[in-house]
Design a protein. Structure first.
Length: 390
């Protein structure tokens, strides 16, 4: 599966998948087979918004109608998770703090370190798990069902901290997203929908892997969900900043949103932000860094600029002749952390523009996904009324 870091490659993948987005997807989406023929594999492009959620939803609804609802639900899971975490940012803060503590524990607890290294390198002796660990490291991708199985085995069979598993994914997945990744691991553990966890079962793995794996007798299929503190209090939905109506405007593109075509057509200068807060205490996989670099280069090409901002001083110099910097709103994660730091270092105001669809979806991200799901029809009406991306 070749994944090129360009918008055109993402659009090509979307068009290739559209015929399979209806009944075929609904019937076979849980099957993890070589080459991943039954899923879209669009997530690396959607994660950076090189291809946007409305584009994907429109393209699949048009030929399939309600038959595409299962696939469209998967697209909305990402919006839901982003909104849920945006309104409870303490979950991300606690996760980051936990990782800092685990760096010390891994340095001092030989047993934990050995088990962690065996899991990350695919040397646990559980064939399916070891295969997925190697597939992730080698390709930067895993089928969603395999991600759930992997996380469950990591947490309940290997008894490793979920935070280290989430970090392993975030460092290696081409579609690694702070909200979707963190909250998916918490969901498997029983911390997101508290008391309700996901247990990988050998018969389910055998059935949906086409018989490639059969880990009977190797999995803990009776584990209890993890315990954790109550969820933080729900914060209001952010409003974002207004778009300036006068003065010289600079558009700063970043890895959370590389297709902001609904921002003003007028920009006196355009640049890409090429440095970010670290996503992990450990090294990010080379192929993820390469995809990020390629995605930024593609954005510069599409927007007709060669200006790259690789340090805060670059941003200050670029902003000297500007009255405003506008940038797409970045949800909780390393990009938002970088923008927070820059806002304190750069005199020119940085205005974060929130997409109306995000604001509407996040307003509905209050409880579990199935409460959110009941409100998807209203969001689809909103998408229908939006101008198509050019």
């Amino acid at each position: 599966m070749k994944i090129l870091p360009t918008r055109q490659a993402g659009l090509d993948r979307l068009m290739e998948f559209v015929p399979r987005a209806g009944v075929a997807y609904t019937q076979r989406r849980n099957d993890d087979l070589p080459g991943h023929p039954h899923v879209s594999s669009l997530s690396p492009w959607i994660r950076r918004r090189m291809v946007t959620e409305p584009e994907v939803i429109r393209a699949t609804r048009l030929p399939h109608g309600k038959a595409a609802n299962k696939f469209i639900d998967e697209v909305f899971w990402r919006l839901y998770f982003k909104g849920w975490l945006e309104r409870r940012p303490g979950i991300w803060t606690a996760y980051r703090a936990d990782l800092a503590q685990f760096t010390n524990r891994l340095a001092t607890e030989a047993g934990l370190c050995q088990s962690w290294e065996a899991a990350c390198s695919g040397q646990t002796g559980i064939d399916c798990f070891d295969h997925w660990a190697r597939e992730l490291v080698e390709t930067g991708y895993l089928h969603n069902h395999a991600r759930m199985w992997f996380a469950s085995i990591w947490i309940f069979t290997l008894r490793l901290p979920w935070q280290l598993g989430a970090d392993f994914f975030l460092r290696h997945l081409l579609d690694g997203d702070p909200a979707s990744n963190t909250l998916s691991w918490r969901w498997v553990a029983g911390l997101h929908t508290q008391g309700k966890h996901y247990l990988a079962r050998a018969d389910n793995i055998a059935r949906h892997s086409g018989g490639r794996f059969d880990p009977h007798g190797q999995l803990n299929e009776d584990a209890e969900p993890l315990n954790g503190p109550p969820h933080p209090a729900l914060l209001p939905v952010p409003t974002g900043d207004g778009i300036p109506q006068d003065g010289r405007i600079g558009l700063m593109l970043h890895l959370d949103d590389l297709c902001p075509y609904e921002l003003p057509a007028h920009a006196d200068s355009i640049a890409t932000l090429d440095f970010y807060a670290e996503r992990s205490p450990w090294e990010t996989a080379p192929q993820v860094r390469a995809f990020d670099a390629g995605a930024l280069a593609d954005a510069r090409n599409r927007f007709g600029t060669d200006t790259t901002l690789t340090a805060a001083e670059d941003v200050r110099r670029w902003a000297e002749d500007l009255d405003h910097i506008i940038t797409p709103y970045a949800p909780v994660g390393p990009v938002a952390e970088t923008l927070d730091t820059l806002s304190a270092q750069v005199q020119t105001p940085i205005r974060r523009i929130l997409r109306p669809l995000d604001q509407a979806a996040w307003h509905r991200s209050t409880k579990g996904f199935f409460v959110f799901k009941r409100q998807i029809p209203g969001l689809l009406v909103m998408i229908d009324e939006m101008a198509p991306t050019t």
